[in-house]
Design a protein around this ligand. Structure first.
Ligand code: FES
Length: 268
């Protein structure tokens, strides 16, 4: 059975979106190049990309709905069903996973009572696991509406989602203040981001990331001294901690309950 046409936006909403779309399209030499920001624009209206939104994009860009749907369903930043005000993404790529990302994700699933890409009953939080966001020196990383919450633990991530659901203010580790998913979508559509701290000229990179930049500029960086296991560096010879990951970690050498190497039985 052929699908019914998507319902249109109310006249006032459509007029407002058409004015916004005109502004976005004017930035490109070829109007179809505006499809990605326009999908963010319609997402900012309803919180996800609806059939109405896709029909709108097709209309203003002279594309078919099939062409628009192909793009909207390809990129994971476009949500296809009603979701929460806060998209909580836990990085479970390799580095974050081994630094605790997998544990955080499992813990939040239990704590919130939702699975991947599911939303809490109060409509506040949508949980998802995300791929690497190039913030590996702050692993494990959690992102809320694409703002960074660095060096998380299951406990801190639980507190974060509790605060979001209770309407308490939370502050990302870096960058601008947090805003709702709809507000974020409008910024991603290319409209001005006037939040304080939104433009961070340092790029928000951590010390470990900036070593590459310093080397590229011809600066030298202190050599790292690798000490044998269990021998903590003393006094002035202690190396600078470049990030939390360079700080002494619990290892098998410092954890007598989990010794390294062959067990006594294996060694016999
Ligand atoms: S692996 Fe998580 S930010 Fe890179």
């Amino acid at each position: 059975m052929p699908q019914l046409p998507a319902p249109d936006y109310p006249a006032d909403v459509r007029a407002r979106l058409e004015a916004d779309a005109k502004e976005v399209i004017a930035r490109y030499p070829d109007s179809r190049s505006a499809l990605l920001p326009l999908l963010h624009l319609v997402q900012s209206e309803e919180g996800h990309v609806t059939r109405t939104g896709m029909q709108f994009c097709a209309d203003v860009l002279g594309l078919t709905t099939a062409e628009v749907t192909a793009v909207a369903t390809f990129y994971t930043m476009y949500r296809r069903k009603p979701s929460g005000d806060y998209q909580v993404g836990v990085c479970t790529n390799t580095l974050c996973a081994v630094m605790g990302g997998d544990a955080i994700f499992e813990d939040l699933k239990q704590h919130l009572g939702v699975g991947n890409n599911e939303t809490t009953e109060d409509g506040k939080v949508t949980l998802e696991h995300i791929e690497c966001n190039a913030a590996c020196d702050f692993a494990p990383v959690v992102m809320v509406n694409w703002e960074f919450f660095d060096n998380q633990t299951p406990g801190s991530a639980r507190q974060l989602v509790d605060d979001l659901r209770a309407g308490r203010e939370v502050q990302p580790t870096r960058g601008a203040r947090l805003c709702t998913f709809k507000e974020t979508a409008r910024i991603l559509a290319g409209f001005p981001d006037e939040r304080e701290g939104a433009v961070d000229e340092s790029g928000g990179a951590g010390p470990a990331s900036l070593i590459g930049l310093r080397l590229a500029k011809g600066e030298t960086v202190p050599a790292r001294v690798v000490h044998p296991r269990g021998e903590a560096p003393q006094g002035d010879s202690a190396p600078e901690h470049l990030s939390s990951h360079d700080a002494p970690q619990q290892t098998s050498a410092s954890d007598p309950d989990h010794p390294a190497g062959p067990t006594a039985e294996e060694g016999e």
